[in-house]
Design a protein around this ligand. Sequence first.
Ligand code: URA
Length: 300
Amino acid sequence: MPRTLDPELRRALTARIRYYNEMGIYDFYHRPVSVNTQEVTAPIAVDEQEIAVSINPESGEQMSPRKSAAVAMPVALEGEENIFGVIAPKPEQSVSDPVKALKIIREDLGDCTRCVLHKQGRKQIVFGVGNPKAELMFIGEGPGADEDEKGEPFVGRAGQLLNNMIKAMGIEREQVYIANIVKCRPPGNRQPEREECATCSPFLMRQIAVVKPKVIVALGATAAKTLLAMNSSMIQLRGRFYDFRPAGIRSNDPDWDGCKLAVTYHPAFLLRDPRQKGEAWKDLQMVMKELGLKAAKQTT
Ligand code: URA
């Protein structure tokens, strides 16, 4: 028999869940507890109205007050269905217009102070840009100085090379969607820390679930490792497609249950080592084949 939650505990629990929501965390799971340990807590009936924003009432899932929230892993591993079965719908998922849905995510992000990057010299948040119904999405690491200045990803030198790569694929920049793992410029263009990636990427996952691309190209190791939750080298990661589903999102679209993901070199790396451009072109050709794209005719 479920016990009724003590009102004080319920208030504390509600405040805690709001706090996690503010941090961009919406997904909670119920860890199975062993009957033989002291950790055992009886299932507790939770007032659904108070916490409906966070826990899917349909799931019937109950949360122990001693258990904390967790961001789900990017891809469900075998035997983890329980965890992923209780993912709450995101607010934008009730909106069919992707422009409006992306706006909801942007508003949710607000003037973000969730990680240290907000106080390390960022001028503005660089949310993402492009076709909200793009078939192809490029994901980089994080904004540099030019992007921080303009509020748009990939507008500096690396951006010019990315534009050329997109053109070579026979399409225009406006046709694709471009975003980064972190939305604030890391000082001195340092690599974003793992914690910064983990804090920021749930918003990217939501953007991906709205755009519903057919293919994502992860530009460089930070993007690839964060999206795939793998710690392999670029050599190991490139040259194949991965099945990708955005972490923490339960798709409510029967026509979109994830997409393919390819890894290639970051344009900034290619500027430093142009000999690798041929390898990157091989990656893009694999993507073009998947999307039925024909290479642009060379003009000179
Ligand atoms: N490098 C990135 O990873 N992203 C940008 O937006 C610009 C440079």
